[in-house]
Write a protein that binds this ligand. Structure first.
Ligand code: AOF
Ligand code: ZN
Length: 367
């Protein structure tokens, strides 16, 4: 066993990776709580595993301790997040770990919460050996970006785009093009489950007529809202999302839209938010502000190109999910990033993944 500069052995690192992957099972179910995983190891043997499964439900440590039972005495707990020390919807994990006789705790990210944070200090002063945070702040944020996004002005914002090798999102203006394969479609369904809202531009809403619902393996605890940026009020009453699917429909528009249109949409069950805009175009930052103050903490934008490049140019995108398809769309294609000035620099937030014939990339904005 080698011990790195962070004091972790190879075995420790393996257990922490496992805790992180258990945590991810909470996707769609625990938001806006963080996803947390825990592994309990005694004499090099895993005796308990757990993760935070459901918002308001038992924390990861409690689940893992229940599985470990008496074997937890003298054991090490690997937790992806600093154990909480507060009495929240459930008891404090610091107390649960001590009662179970855990001797050592290795944790991933520090808990920034005012009440929940500080568990490490508490455990240390109670004589438990504590190692952590063992993830860099960047690594910690990557796992639970919305939880660590403290900005009250706009949501943590992700942009998903399916692009061709030559950077196109559709074969031609106004055309619906299938760019990526069914595996990407399934991934997007899973992805949607972890967001408060899914957003597209009016043009995409018209051309693709999407439902913007979650229809994958992960059933979201709360069906995300379905948001259309529609500055001029062009969505028609026949749009599928108005009559089909779960999730509040929220239309973000400007003064340029006809009041009659807004009334029609509201009669069809949609909510209409009017924000600043220019030339009949919603001001993206204003839309994001309005959504944030209306309770959206994590927002997934799925295009199209105009909205995507506006968000990117304005530095409003925190994460990019790119599905790159192995073909060219040619010179008439609608570019994914028409004019991105000051679009920032991006870094990989995980390994590229092969999804069918496509490549799935997750990138976080640097800085
Ligand atoms: C842990 N283990 O598995 C989780 C933690 O509302 P509550 O009572 O469920 O508390 C939520 C807060 O607790 C959350 O904001 C975060 O600070 C921490 N989450 N802590 O020790 C867990 N999910
Ligand atoms: Zn806890």
């Amino acid at each position: 066993m080698t011990s790195g500069h962070d004091g972790l052995t190879d075995a420790d690192r393996t257990h922490m990776r496992r805790a992180l992957s258990l945590a991810r099972r909470g996707w769609g179910r625990v938001h806006p709580n963080p996803m947390v995983g825990c592994v309990i190891v005694r004499d090099q043997e895993v005796v308990g595993e757990g993760w935070h499964r459901e918002w308001g439900g038992p924390h990861a440590e409690v689940m893992a301790l229940a599985e470990a039972g008496a074997a937890a005495r003298g054991a090490t707990a690997f937790v992806s997040l600093e154990p909480c020390r507060h009495m929240g919807k459930t008891g404090a994990c610091t107390a649960a770990l001590q009662e179970a006789g855990i001797r050592r705790v290795v944790f991933g990210a520090a808990d920034p919460g005012r009440e929940s944070g500080g568990g490490a200090r508490e455990l240390r002063s109670a004589g438990v050996e504590v190692l952590g945070p063992v993830l860099t702040p960047r690594e910690g944020r990557r796992e639970n970006p919305a939880f660590f996004h403290t900005d009250q002005v706009r949501p943590w914002t992700a942009l998903k785009l399916a692009v061709s090798l030559d950077g196109g999102i559709a074969a031609a203006e106004g055309e619906r093009t299938t760019v990526s394969g069914p595996e990407v479609g399934r991934r997007v369904q899973e992805l949607r489950a972890g967001f408060d809202a899914i957003m597209v531009g009016a043009r995409t809403a018209r051309v693709d007529d999407p439902l913007l619902t979650v229809r994958g393996l992960v059933e979201p605890r709360v069906p995300p809202r379905r948001v259309v940026l529609d500055g001029r009020g062009t969505l028609e009453i026949g749009a599928r999302l108005l009559s089909e699917g779960d999730g509040v429909v929220q239309l973000v528009t400007t003064e340029a839209a006809e009041p009659r249109w807004a009334r029609r949409m509201e009669d069809a069950g949609a909510r209409v938010l009017t924000v600043e805009g220019s030339d009949g175009r919603v001001e993206p930052a204003a839309a994001l502000r309005a959504l944030r103050s209306d309770g959206v903490e994590a927002l997934l934008c799925e295009g199209g190109g105009v909205v995507a490049s506006a968000l990117l140019s304005l530095g409003l995108v925190d994460r990019l999910y790119l599905a790159v398809a192995p073909h060219f769309l040619g010179p008439d294609a609608v570019p994914a990033f028409p004019r991105v000035e000051g679009g920032g620099r991006w870094e990989m937030a995980g390994d590229p993944e092969a999804l069918g014939r496509d490549v799935w990339l997750t990138l976080d904005r640097e800085g």
